[in-house]
Design a protein around this ligand. Structure first.
Ligand SMILES: Cc1ncc(COP(=O)(O)O)c(C=O)c1O
Length: 422
């Protein structure tokens, strides 16, 4: 995008002047606090955000690069990895959870691929590949480009879950890893993790479960008795799992967890060198300097909410998502894409020549609703979160009105809008 630029000022400016400019810069941003943004932001309410801000402020200057200087960051990171692993079946592999924090879902997936590449190289594979479905996150393709790993995408079935037979057929002697999503970003479905894990175990390769979206939702949905599907590290053959604290862990942006089935695998995430003038250098993330504020925010978030809070937020979010999904099922012009199991799902037109769902998206956007647009099929993508609950009845109303208003008109704009670059 073309943004106007503000030059470096010649003179110092007052704190008030700078903050006023920042507030002004935000004027065109989506007002997520109203609950009208179905994606990008996960909102557990104003009190929770006030806590996150205070926690971030406490660690504004610290640097997680060196936990000898800042042991608090090491302790918080350790807590977050341990409690995430315990939520996600790591007990099947011992009492201590092997894993590391990363800066977000994308980095967790990048690291999972790097680990798989290094393990494959260890058995002599020169150009490893990984196999994932077309529904697996774009970050796997990014990982392939960054780490010289071929990413073989196989189709999804009619249910939009990874086609496991196609995965099996795609495996070569150079395959390092197969991927399952729990849930997939585009349609919010859970792949057959049991079958994909079994395939990996049978072929002696790694299996990563991308639970970036579902990792802090599915376990609570399960505890609520609303889901009974195996998807985590306790499934035989699964060797790593990622879960984003900055999504349904309701932390500020910049924290995800990558857990492994063994310490040996986790060690591949560690970069160590002594081969320069600066001395011993070890790091488990892509970045060197590591912001402590997101880690403190994540720690504060889960400690404040506890199991009780996360169960309540999950139940309320699931209720809101169910209300929207039911409204979609009840509308003759709409359909859900696949069978979404949680609060992430896609809405398509029942008959795409009779209703242009992107025209509906434009009508909703004009009323201040933020829903992403995706393709194959053209659809609206919704991430319902706790902050959406209050706006859900109004959204259902707006959706029904938008469909009636749009009629058979179409929009020229066929662009999809998940991530825009800058
Ligand atoms: C399933 C899944 N994996 C990975 C990611 C990437 O996460 P991030 O945007 O935090 O890098 C997302 C983001 O929505 C996701 O839904």
């Amino acid at each position: 995008m073309d943004f106007p630029s503000t030059p470096l000022p010649d003179r110092r400016q007052s704190r008030d002047a700078v903050l006023a400019q920042l507030r002004d810069l935000k004027r065109d941003d989506r007002k997520w606090e109203e609950g009208k943004v179905f994606g990008l932001v996960y909102d557990a309410g104003p009190e929770h955000h006030a806590l996150l801000r205070d926690a971030m402020a406490l660690f504004e200057a610290e640097n997680g690069l060196n936990v000898l200087a800042f042991p608090s960051i090491g302790l918080m990171s350790h807590d977050l990895v341990q409690l995430t692993g315990r939520l996600l079946g790591a007990h099947a592999h011992g009492t201590s959870v092997a894993g590391h924090l990363t800066s977000g879902g994308t980095e967790s997936l990048l690291q999972s691929v790097k680990v798989a590449r290094d393990v494959a190289r260890g058995r002599g594979v020169v150009r490893p590949n990984i196999i994932c479905a077309t529904s697996a996150h774009a970050a796997f393709t990014k990982a392939g480009q960054l780490f010289d790993v071929d990413v073989i995408r196989v189709p999804v079935g009619e249910d939009f879950r990874a086609d496991v037979s196609a995965m099996e057929a795609a495996i070569t002697p150079d395959t390092a890893m197969v991927v399952a999503s729990a849930v997939s970003y585009p349609q919010g479905v859970i792949d057959d993790v049991t079958a994909i894990g079994a395939l990996a175990a049978d072929r002696g390769i790694l299996c990563h479960v991308d639970a970036c979206m579902g990792g802090f939702f599915l376990p609570f949905l399960t505890q609520l008795g609303r889901l009974d599907v195996p998807f985590d590290l306790s499934v035989p053959g699964v060797t790593s799992i990622s879960a984003d604290l900055h999504k349904y862990g309701y932390a500020s942006k910049g924290v995800s967890v990558l857990c492994f089935s063994s310490e040996e695998l986790a060690r591949h995430q560690l970069f160590v060198t002594n081969d320069w003038l600066g001395g011993f250098y070890a790091s488990t993330t892509m970045a060197g300097t590591k912001p402590a504020s997101p880690i403190a925010s994540a720690w504060a978030s889960v400690m404040a909410l506890g199991t009780e809070g996360l169960l309540e937020l999950t139940a309320a979010t699931d209720d809101a998502a169910t209300a929207i999904k039911d409204a979609v099922r009840a509308h003759p012009a709409l359909r859900l894409v696949g069978e979404p199991v949680m609060s992430v799902f896609a809405i398509a037109a029942e008959n795409s020549t009779a209703l242009d769902i992107f025209a509906v998206a434009e009508r909703l956007a004009a009323e201040g609703w933020h829903v992403d647009r995706q393709h194959h099929p053209d659809s609206l993508h919704l991430t319902v979160h706790a902050g959406s609950v209050k706006a859900t009845p109004a959204f259902i109303d707006a959706l029904n009105r938008a469909i009636a208003d749009v009629g058979t008109t179409r929009t020229e704009n066929r662009s999809t809008t998940y991530a825009t670059g800058d």
